[in-house]
Design a protein around this ligand. Structure first.
Ligand SMILES: C[S@@+](CC[C@H](N)C(=O)[O-])C[C@H]1O[C@@H](n2cnc3c(N)ncnc32)[C@H](O)[C@@H]1O
Length: 265
């Protein structure tokens, strides 16, 4: 990535909710169904962001407790204000060095996070350290390299007109074979991967644009462009997006997922 591409910055939990939280939960529901967590687990949500997936753990997994950690204080602030029905705590921290004792959690997950971790294998090794033997470790991430990102229609137009845009720093970690390799190399058992396909509709183009243009991945790029270029992007995008019979805009995304179990040492 070159120096003049704006970074993806997570500094607004509320706009994140409209932009990505909705997408995250669409995959999250399928992910939870795939893993089939037992009841009464103590969960660690690594890179919990604004708590978009933490609330699904609460709603769908009958957990005993939820702990979330994320480097963004704005995201943690939003997550801390969510209504969660079991003991929960959200704190600022980094997956590369988790501030928890060994063997603390029953299940540790990363929802749309592994590709943001500078050294994904090290981040997962940390997650493994703090998970109890017999506990589940799992992750899902947009399949960036095969066009699975929700922003792909916008990215395609930017590529066509030669504008660079930011991607997460460790996109290779969103590939199933790389996920499987990390989980297997770290000695987990029962390692499996899969892909989840999701769809989202928007009532019109303004609805779509108002959500995407202020999201953490596009706002920096768009702010750096001239009004004419932004107009050109909007026109091309509006002409490209799929519509259903009620004229709603329909968009798609797909995410790869991995799960495994920490073996007894
Ligand atoms: C796409 S968001 C996912 C948030 C949430 N898990 C969800 O499902 O919506 C990615 C999150 O990863 C966090 N993140 C970035 N680098 C991280 C790291 N090194 N360790 C933990 N989280 C990180 C970001 O702050 C951001 O909140």
């Amino acid at each position: 990535m070159t120096d003049n591409i704006p970074e993806i910055i997570f500094d607004d939990g509320e706009s994140y909710e409209r932009f990505m939280g909705v997408w995250s939960r669409k995959v999250g529901a399928q992910f939870i169904d795939w893993i089939k967590f037992s009841k009464s687990l103590n969960f660690l949500d690594v890179g919990c962001g604004n708590g978009a997936f933490s609330v699904q753990i609460d709603d769908l997994c009958n957990p005993s407790s939820i702990t979330g950690i994320d480097p963004s204080s704005a995201q943690i602030d939003y997550a801390s204000r969510r209504e969660i029905n079991v003991p929960s705590q959200f704190e600022v921290g980094d997956s590369m060095s988790l501030p928890f004792q060994d063997d603390k959690f029953d299940a540790s997950i990363m929802a749309l996070v592994i590709f943001f971790v500078p050294d994904p294998k090290k981040g997962v090794a940390e997650m493994l350290r703090v998970t109890k033997p017999g506990g589940t470790l799992a992750a899902y991430a947009w399949d960036v390299m095969s066009g699975g990102l929700p922003m792909e229609p916008m990215h395609k137009i930017l590529r066509e007109i030669g504008i660079e845009y930011p991607l997460p720093p460790s996109v290779h970690a969103s590939q199933k074979r790389n996920m499987k390799e990390i989980w297997t190399d770290l000695g987990m058992s029962g390692v499996e991967t899969t892909t989840f396909y999701v769809k989202r509709s928007f009532k019109n183009f303004d609805d779509y644009w108002n959500i995407y243009s202020v999201g953490p991945s596009m706002s920096g790029t768009l702010k750096a462009l001239s009004p004419e270029t932004v107009r050109e992007i909007k026109v091309k995008l509006n002409n490209t997006l799929e519509r259903d019979s009620d004229d709603n805009i329909i968009t798609y995304a797909f995410a790869n997922a991995v799960k495994g179990v920490k073996t007894e040492s």
